[in-house]
Design a protein around this ligand. Structure first.
Ligand SMILES: Cc1cc2nc3c(=O)[nH]c(=O)nc-3n(C[C@H](O)[C@H](O)[C@H](O)COP(=O)(O)OP(=O)(O)OC[C@H]3O[C@@H](n4cnc5c(N)ncnc54)[C@H](O)[C@@H]3O)c2cc1C
Length: 423
């Protein structure tokens, strides 16, 4: 019998409680419900997973982090609260990753690029010419088919030995001698994960929040956007979806996400009625630009970003204009010619923490730096670096900040990533 399978025990337990209560003359249904809800057995998790690396959030950064950790030989579990991989790229519908190139050459590659490239090739799509410096930054963003991307990401997880758990999220996190114990829930599922390292890729650093480390969130956040298509059928990777701002959108919890979705859908319904056009496509969820960011060992400032500071512990490049959306829209501020910002490993590590690292838009950065750093290619670069750091830390029984930087760089290069040149 699988030691994790408690279903037989539970059945026995329920039968016993039903017989016991029937004898006592109580209603079977209500009594067995009360027993099951209050007994210690009902509180114990149904499943137990022991892994090296737990990745929470299978979005833009998280899918890459999990594939990398799996390829590095770490036993990896990926937990995603939604129904598919890709996050804002797929569920949000922003299937337009930028930017893998800067000033005429590719600066971000590795597993993220591998996935994007395969999506484009399988879809018969076109690539921008990275050798050309575009007039507008977005000319070199890549149009991808969001549906294919999600399928390929799943295939690559499976090939890397990554186990995926959809519809689940952590409820509590406790420190252990060798890492963490994380109790997770999904509908009909309770899972305890015992792991050495956690990579928080939830967008808003939700696991870091559960652990009690410091996070930052602005009082007024950039708007989210709901993506849809009116009038003509959506042709993925060929044309962009229509977008409608959802002001105050916040990915912090189920209530704020519900609120954003209700607001966005209501506005789209009003638009359909006013336009007299047919609604041809609607994404399932709002795309969120901003919520919590961690306070890391290093905080990237907008001056670091726009000056292209090369950090001593840089693990990836990033490239995009400073791109802050406000109530009245956005006016991107391009970087000066030749400038390519970098991302330090220490901006992914919550201050004072051990055995946890983040990747994605929640990295430690001030608001303006974050508005440029949060784009998809940069998130993928961070995801891959976090996957390597967590896998090596799990293997050596240390923590990501103690893994020698040269070992992280070596493994990243081995897996196709581009490392900034550190003087
Ligand atoms: C409208 C909009 C337009 C944009 N335009 C562009 C663009 O043109 N090009 C570009 O490159 N970037 C663009 N961006 C920015 C970019 O898409 C995001 O910043 C980036 O995708 C964020 O990646 P992430 O991995 O941090 O988060 P996400 O991709 O959002 O992934 C987070 C994942 O974590 C999951 N999750 C959250 N909480 C939990 C939990 N507690 N347990 C389990 N799972 C959880 C979510 O379901 C999700 O799958 C845009 C963003 C928005 C919103």
């Amino acid at each position: 019998m699988n030691p994790n399978d408690k279903s037989t025990d539970r059945r026995d337990f329920l039968q016993q409680s039903i017989l016991g209560t029937a004898g006592a003359g109580l209603a079977i249904a209500s009594t067995s419900h009360v027993e099951a809800a209050t007994s210690p057995e009902a509180k114990a998790p149904e499943l137990v997973d022991e892994v090296d690396v737990l990745v929470v959030g299978g979005g833009t950064a998280g899918a890459i982090a999990a594939i990398q950790a799996g390829r590095a030989g770490a036993k990896t579990l990926l937990l995603e609260r939604n129904a598919q991989l890709g996050g804002t790229m797929t569920t949000g519908g922003v299937a337009f990753p930028g930017l893998f190139d800067a000033w005429g050459k590719q600066v971000i590659a590795g597993i993220g690029w591998e996935l994007v490239k395969e999506s484009v090739e399988l879809d018969g799509g076109k690539f921008p010419d990275f050798a050309k410096v575009p007039q507008r930054h977005w000319h070199n963003q890549v149009h991808i088919n969001q549906f294919l991307y999600a399928l390929l990401a799943e295939e690559k997880c499976s090939e890397a030995g990554v186990k995926i758990a959809y519809y689940e999220f952590p409820q509590s996190v406790e420190k252990t001698e060798t890492g963490w114990q994380v109790d997770c829930v999904g509908f009909g599922t309770k899972r305890r994960v015992v792991c050495k390292q956690i990579i928080d890729c939830t967008g808003g650093a939700e696991v870091v929040g559960l652990m009690g480390y410091e996070r930052l969130r602005e009082d007024e956040r950039q708007p989210g956007s709901f993506l849809f298509k009116l009038d003509t059928a959506h042709n993925p990777a060929e044309n962009q979806l229509h977008r409608l701002y959802v002001h105050g959108a916040d990915s912090t919890n189920s209530r704020t996400v519900t609120e954003a979705n209700l607001t966005g859908r209501k506005s789209i319904l009003a638009k359909v009625r006013a336009s007299n056009q047919r609604l041809m496509h609607l994404q399932p969820e709002t795309g969120f630009r901003e919520s919590y960011r961690i306070v890391g060992e290093t905080m990237i400032t907008v001056n670091d970003y726009i000056s292209g500071r090369v950090f001593d512990d840089a693990i990836s490049y990033a490239f995009y204009p400073v791109d802050l959306h406000t109530k009245s829209g956005v006016k991107p501020k391009p970087l000066k010619p030749g400038t390519v910002p970098t991302i330090p490993l220490s901006s992914l590590i919550p201050k004072g923490s051990q055995n946890v690292i983040v990747a994605g838009r929640c990295l430690s950065s001030d608001r303006l730096a974050n508005s440029g750093l949060r784009v998809q290619a940069s998130c993928m670069g961070m995801g891959q670096a976090a996957g390597v750091a967590a896998a090596l830390a799990a293997k050596s029984g240390s923590t990501p900040s103690q893994v020698p930087l040269a070992s992280i760089h070596d493994m990243l290069r081995e897996h196709g990533a581009i490392i900034p040149e550190i003087a």
